[in-house]
Write a protein that binds this ligand. Sequence first.
Ligand code: BGC
Length: 260
Amino acid sequence: MKLEGKVALVTGSSQGIGQAIAIRLAQEGASIVINYRSHPEGAEATLAQVKEAGGKCHMVDGLTIQADTGIVTDVQRMIADSIAHFGKLDILVNNAGIEKNADFWDVTEKDYDAVMNVNLKGVFFATQAFVKHLLDTKQPGKIINISSVHEELPFPHFAAYCVSKGGLKMLTRNLAVELAPHGITINNVAPGAIETPINTKLLNDPEKLGALLKNIPLGRLGQPKDVASLVAFLASADSDYVTGTTFFVDGGLLWNYQEQ
Ligand code: BGC
């Protein structure tokens, strides 16, 4: 087990990729703060699996915290409550994310703000609160942002989403340099098409799904655990010399171009 004695907070871990990450980190021996916005049942399900995963290791514990990661005061409270409960925080996984599908000319300010607040602003200030804790306690730490292939790749009709993920790319590069002297690393994990609630609509549309699968060289959608295994590496000491980098988990989607 790579994470024994560590405490990790995973935002948006009541479902999808975040849930798989929470469980995987618990399997590695970490205690987990499970954050959710509107699915307490999902968070409880994650908690049950975290406890089960840690069954063999009595050090593993879990805590659920409701917080809207699009609201700065919420993310500050979430970090503070995590530290108050466990006495420390070693790993922050900024996973929570949303997307809105609309033609560029129809995007409303409300939808733009919703996407930017959760995907970028909340990450910025959660990370800030986490870093202040690490500096105060003179501890090293690991930050892992769940970005997207769309931090590089255009995604027509999802302009705000792409802007937010592009912002995450630069946040990570910038902070890698600024935080390195303090023993804090930061990396992005950029999933492609993973089977999760964020793309339920697409998964239920056989035509669109077929077209998407043709773009994935490995010929299948990713599973949340495909992402979680990479996060487990980045959260562990095995990745101590890795910072400021994006890792794509996309079955080859990003670099696929073929003439038919
Ligand atoms: C989006 C999905 C999309 C996938 C591949 C992800 O970032 O959340 O909706 O299917 O990228 O384009």
